[in-house]
Structures are given as structure tokens and as C-alpha cells.
Design a protein around this ligand. Sequence first.
Ligand code: GLU
Length: 473
Amino acid sequence: MANLADENKFFADVCKNFDSAAQFTNHPEGLLNQIKACNSVYRFQFPIRRGNGFEVIDAWRVEHSHHMSPTKGGIRYSEMVNEDEVMALAALMTYKCAIVNVPFGGAKGGIKINTKQYSVAELETITRRYTTELIKKNFIGPGIDVPAPDYGSGEREMSWIADTYMTMNPGQLDALGCVTGKPIALHGIRGRKEATGRGVAYAVRECVDVAEDMAKIGLKAGLGDKRVIVQGLGNVGYHSAKFLSEFGATIVGLCEYEGAIYNPNGLNVDEVFAHRKNTGSILGFPGAQDFKNSMEGLEQDCDIIVPAALENQFTEHNIRNIKAKIIAEGANGPTTPEAEAIFTEMGGIIIPDMYCNAGGVTVSYFEWLKNLSHVAFGRMENRYAANSNANLIATLENLTGKTILPEHRLMIVKGASEMELVNSGLEDTMIHSYHEIRETRMNKPATQTLRTAAFVNSIDKIAVSYMNLGVWP
Ligand code: GLU
């Protein structure tokens, strides 16, 4: 977690990573500086009534890059949030969207509160007032800037934002596209909640499936024999762990702020989740070893670590204790540039945040498209596909005189549901982007890391957009 000493380092770290990559591109310095800069930083304060008096809330919305509209990114509710952090996270959104070909600029919001200290009614007041402030300054709208969930916020907050925006913009046809990560009942999309974690699992699978790359770090290809430690059992951590184990990996360690547990024979993620819910702590899970110091949990034997909590988890002070060969960044900014340099020296691979956790914004993009088209994916063609598949099978059965097994028929004779279409779009995006990054890494060996290669691709794509806009000669 960012502490006071690091308060102004996160955005500088993102810029440092940008600069390391920019040397492998051919763009004019002015253009590179424009891409790097935060275009609009809106800091505001507003009061809420509390007890017998008032409390002033600090908040931000940063639109990092307007090379594409709308801008896009979550809103973080945390008492640790500060301007530097929101700027860094907004910048990462720009690079992330470019990596996965999602046509948005990057943005991020922050509300400086500890959500546990406020009632639901107070959280609603804060969220609605925050939205109103954004509306006043034209910092929200389906074609302007589209928030989403982030640390400390979820579907409930997104529905308050949508409702406030629609109330203030009566009759605006596309108003629902002003925010994503909404509940299904409010025209959200199936698969959005689990999208970031599912995307992390696809990213890891793509990485470990390349036998040539695994051989270099002394591992076999495939997820089957991989032991994974996940940090954070929030939405991203829980779903990353769940899908990685579904895809064949063994979850050997889980870490939370109260401590960590480790079992070399594997942990059942749902059982651990239920245990934590019932007892209030991850510790004491039957059959697992406890670590009161959460960091110690991350230092246990494993092949892959998924940090899915907050930034600055791996620094030059602790990275040497990490036994994993692969770090898959489910969180934004969990590894400092200094730690990454050491880990790369140690022969490790980092699957960088701007690609690894891009599943969330990818499915947010699908939700936004659904809201703009005012129709759920699959609605027009689902029945048509099922009927034509049935006709095809009937014709084949007639021609061959054979009948297909009922369970096979069920599998073939159906149209795709919204969930299936979303997951297929997400999987395709994660596969395609991984190989695009890996190719740059292979073609430009001096890039050395997947992060630098990802930045090179991202910078190139954003530069093309600026040139197409005619902003740059
Ligand atoms: N907060 C998420 C992220 O950091 C999601 C952003 C979005 O869906 O717009 O990627």
C-alpha cells in the first residue's frame, strides 16, 4: 500500500516505465510528452451532513488522455487515495486501453474515505454528490468520461451514479452508457464482475503455454503443474484464484491484510472464502499453515504470484525473498521499477498490470456498447442460430442415417448467450494482446521485459491516434 513517503512516486514510476519504452519508438519528443501528460486533473471538495455537523470530503477525477473519447476508468474509494495515485492510475488506464484495443482514453477517480466508517445512506449521499460535481464540470457522460468500479466500489455505487446522471439528464437516449459495472437489472452486462479475474487467468495461461519461454525459467509449459499464491481475496483476487484453479493450477497460498495461509497440497478457494466470511479472518483454515505477517505468505514456495490488492507491494526491499518465477499483476502498480529490475535479473517474468488486469475494462467496453445499442448481445441471433444448427443436424442425420447423441445435440443446437459472447470476446482479447506484446519483446530484444514491450505497443498505438486526429504532423 502506498505510504506517505511514496506519495509522489507512483505517477513518477509510471512515467519511468514509459520513458524506458519510449527509447524503442520513433516519435518526436513533444508527442511523447503529450502522451505522458495528465490532460485534466479535477480536484474538488464537497460537504456532507454527518451527526450534528458537516464533513468535507476530498475527491478527484483525472482524465489522463483525450486522444480518444470517452475517457474511462474506475473510482477508488479509499482513505489512502491521493492526487498522485489517481494520476498514476489514470495514466495506466490510457496504456491499458491501448494494449487491448479498447477505444478509450484513460481516466480515474478517487474519493478519500474509509468506506467502513460510513453508513450505506452516507455512502449513497457521497456518491450522488460526487456524480453531481462531475456533471457540473462536464467530467461524466457516455461520450465524455465513463467511470466504473475500482478498489472500494462496486455495482451498488455504479447504480447510484447512473441514477444521478439520468435524473440530471432527462431524455438523454444513451444516458445508461455514462458508467459501467452496473448491476444486470440496471443494464449492466453478464460477466463484468468476474471479468478482471477471468482475464488474469487467461493472461497467465497464455504466458505459461509458451514452452520456449517457460524452458528459459526452468518451468514446464502449461498450467497443470503450476503452484500459485494469490494476494487479496477481493473481487480480482478471488476470481483470479477461482479461474486459475478451474484452468488446472493449484492455489497453494492466499494472503490478506490480516495474514496469510499456505498449503502445498492446495487450497479450495471457495472454502477459504466461506471460512473468512464466517470467522472474520483467513487464518485458522483447516490443514493450512498460518502466517500472521501477510508478506511472509508471499515468500513461500510457488511458481506464480498474483498480487491482486494495491500498488507498491514488491519493492527493492522484499523482491529478493520472492520464490515465484512469474508475477502476474492483477492489481495496478504492485511492482516498483526498482523491484522489477531486480526480479528480471533473478530471471523472473512479470506479466504487467496494463495487460494482465485489462479484462475489467474490456468487458466494460462491451457493457458500454450494449448500452449504446440498447439491446443485449445475442438477442437478435440466438434463436436463429439454434434453428439453423438444428436444421443442419437434421439434414446430416437424413443423409447419413445416423442419429447424434442427445448430449452432443444439446451442445451443438444452441445460440450463444450474452455471457458466452462476453467471455469469448474477453478470451480472444487476452490471447491476441499477449502475443502482440510477446512479439514486440522478441523482435526488440533490448526491451527486456514484457512491460517495456507492452508500453512500446501502447505508445505506438496512441501516437497513431494523435496523428489521425491531425494533432501531430
Ligand atoms: N477499475 C478497473 C481498472 O483499473 C476497471 C476500469 C473500467 O472498467 O473502466 O481497470
